[in-house]
Ligand binder design. Structure first.
Ligand SMILES: [Zn+2]
Length: 635
């Protein structure tokens, strides 16, 4: 069958996006294009022009922190200095790691390492406490691994071995720039791979991580101490917090911590140090000469199928806008996002929440008391729309010296950010903090604070436009808003109450009924063949519940319109998911992404709704037909 003859009833995604897919070109420096990515490319383009104008003195901003962002941008562009300095700026850091000979040495510098992003045999951070979202907790998990998931380490996964070979080659080339002897270089690399293989046997898989609420494992510091010795967690906490040290740690990955002697012991201490050295080298090289920076991205390019590094001005913009995310996001929002649009979308969110309440009330599998709790949760969702009104004070402390090398500047900035993040342990949670900056093309729901964030950058075509029809906006941003709200009631969100606390607010029967529907949703996607692999229904279930919920609530609003256009609704829904990606990236997403492949996000949810069948006269002879008894409705 030729592409021209693809009928919408057989393949909504292809019928709507086929023409685009034929001609769309993936930029050399990106793993994908289309939908979200295409908008992101547009945002990047206008912001890069602004950064250039700032740097050239042709433009100024009334946001003081933008000066620092532009200064960092200029520093990155100074390739002459970077190329001249070569590996020199990182040598003191590498030497510091090398000087650590025993677990006791490590314990003495662990706090310093944590602040400076040098890998410890554990990862630690501070996050809102899941049981009491008003306060913070100290979080611990196992070390990071090289490959994207533990499943890549299985003997029957050929991609794992290939990727490790590319990583080794990259590490070995980078090591040749260090003062280490050839024998030492070899040994450091061998140890890095050996340590990584040990860690991979203990840490959680992506499927396990996808059950977010299971991260809440409080343990006493005494208990944790007994697992992680000779690493001294008590000393680390004391060095960070003095007499205010916590006595409880939330262990996100209990197996990795309880079985830490499977990878970190006195006997293999050197192995750990060599691993930490190589990881620091690879991470730092991104801020050194152009040759080293490009070399350090070899593995990432292979993993995602990206053909080339972004041009230097793009790299400079990307790093600066990430480091100064809030001021840059506020600048973007104030400059490019209209108040009229903001008001319009906030109204839409409120309408979607009210309609969601109606749907909960009409719901047939919940008892009244559970419905009351769900409605309460909906009533208290906080909306963060566009960008924050002001830039938080913290951002004005994020400074470096004019004379710093790019590498030194980044070290200073990272350690200021890390210190700020860790110091939050002793402060209450600030609910006015934004999870995403204004220039990011994305949206999110935070179960731990029951709030939704819609950055200004996503509030554009095809998601949203004042010029688009209401039906199109409902199929675009409306369904995305409904999706984010549904995360309050997906398999993770359902465990948290209206204040963002992990609490069981369900009757036993209701939760069982919900769980059965969740299993149906896992089954609807599990095993679908895609690019030579198979969809893992468990990994993607929370997002599929959210997609279905978002479609359900927006179709409910469609019923109330005086002139609903269901065809436009479904077509725009399919349009936002159009995507063309490198094969490597497709495979990576299939293994690690909690979202289903875009073509399935476009094509699966509609068939669960009667409106789809009416809009395009879809019958059992069409490929996008699903028998009524197989259609799933949760929210
Ligand atoms: Zn989502």
């Amino acid at each position: 069958m030729s592409e021209e003859s693809i009928r919408i009833q057989d393949d909504l995604y292809q019928a709507v996006n086929g023409e685009w897919l034929k001609t769309a070109v993936i930029p050399d420096d990106r793993p994908m294009t289309g939908g979200f990515a295409e908008l992101d490319q547009d945002v990047e383009k206008i912001m890069m022009a602004d950064f250039k104008a700032f740097a050239d003195g042709e433009k100024t901003s009334d946001i003081p922190e933008m000066r620092y962002a532009v200064s960092l941008y200029k520093k990155i562009l100074d390739t002459e200095r970077r190329n001249k300095e070569g590996i020199t700026p990182v040598l003191p850091v590498l030497e510091k790691i090398r000087s650590v000979k025993t677990p006791e040495d490590l314990n003495n510098v662990a706090a310093e390492f944590l602040l400076n992003d040098i890998d410890l045999p554990i990862q630690a951070s501070v996050e809102a406490d899941m049981e009491n979202a008003e306060k913070h907790s100290f979080i611990m998990l196992g070390p990071p691994i090289i490959l994207p998931d533990t499943t890549y380490y299985a003997d029957d996964n050929p991609a794992g071995a290939q990727l490790l070979a590319i990583y080794s080659d990259m590490a070995s080339k980078l090591l040749s720039y260090t003062p280490l002897s050839e024998d030492e270089q070899k040994k450091y690399l061998e140890d890095t791979l050996a340590f990584d293989a040990l860690v991979a046997q203990k840490v959680k898989s992506q499927v396990e991580w996808s059950e977010y609420y299971k991260n809440h494992n409080p343990m006493s510091v005494d208990e944790v101490s007994s697992y992680v010795a000779p690493f001294d967690i008590k000393k680390l906490l004391c060095d960070l917090y003095g007499s205010n040290s916590p006595d409880t740690i939330i262990v996100y990955d209990p197996k990795a911590i309880k079985e830490m002697n499977g990878y970190f012991t006195r006997d293999n201490f050197d192995m750990y140090i060599h691993w930490a050295y190589v990881r620091a080298l690879i991470r730092s090289a991104g801020c050194l000469s152009e040759t080293l920076a490009s070399l350090s991205k070899t593995y990432r390019r292979a993993l995602t199928g990206v053909a080339a590094d972004p041009a230097i001005d793009k790299q400079a913009y990307n790093v600066a806008s990430m480091m100064y995310s809030e001021p840059v996001g506020v600048y973007y929002g104030r400059t490019y996002f209209g108040e009229e649009a903001k008001k319009d979308v906030v109204e839409l969110v409120k309408k979607i929440i009210e309609t969601y309440k109606l749907r909960v009330r009409k719901n047939t599998f919940l008892a009244e008391q559970t419905k009351d709790q769900a409605v309460k949760k909906l009533s208290t969702i906080e909306i963060k729309m566009g960008y924050p009104d002001t830039v938080k004070e913290f951002w004005s402390t994020l400074v470096f010296d004019e004379n710093d090398s790019y590498f030194d500047a980044m070290c200073k900035l990272s350690s200021i950010r890390n210190k700020y993040a860790l110091d939050r342990l002793l402060k209450p949670v600030d609910r006015t903090e934004w999870a995403m900056p204004g220039h990011m093309v994305n949206a999110c729901y935070n179960p731990n604070s029951n709030d939704i964030t819609f950055p200004a950058a996503i509030l554009q075509k095809p998601f949203y436009s004042i010029k688009q029809s209401v039906s199109e906006n409902l199929g675009g941003i409306g369904a995305v808003i409904g999706h984010e709200i549904s995360h309050a009631f997906d398999n993770n969100g359902a465990k948290f109450d209206e204040r963002g606390n992990l609490k069981d607010w369900w009757t036993e029967d209701d939760f069982k009924a919900f769980n059965d529907l969740t299993k149906d949703m896992i089954a609807q996607f599990d095993g679908i063949e895609y690019h030579g692999g198979k969809v893992n229904g468990e990994l993607v279930v929370s997002e599929n519940i959210a997609d279905n919920g978002g479609m359900g609530v927006t179709l409910e609003i469609m019923h109330t319109l005086s002139d609903p256009d269901y065809q436009s609704y479904f077509k725009n829904w399919a349009r936002v998911w159009c995507m063309k990606a490198k094969e490597e990236y497709i495979q990576l997403l299939l293994s690690v992404d909690v979202h289903s492949p875009n073509v399935l996000r476009a094509n699966m949810p509609p068939r669960n709704f009667g409106e789809w069948y009416d809009a395009f006269d879809v019958t059992e002879n069409d490929k996008m037909y699903l028998a009524p008894e197989k259609r799933i409705s949760i929210w």
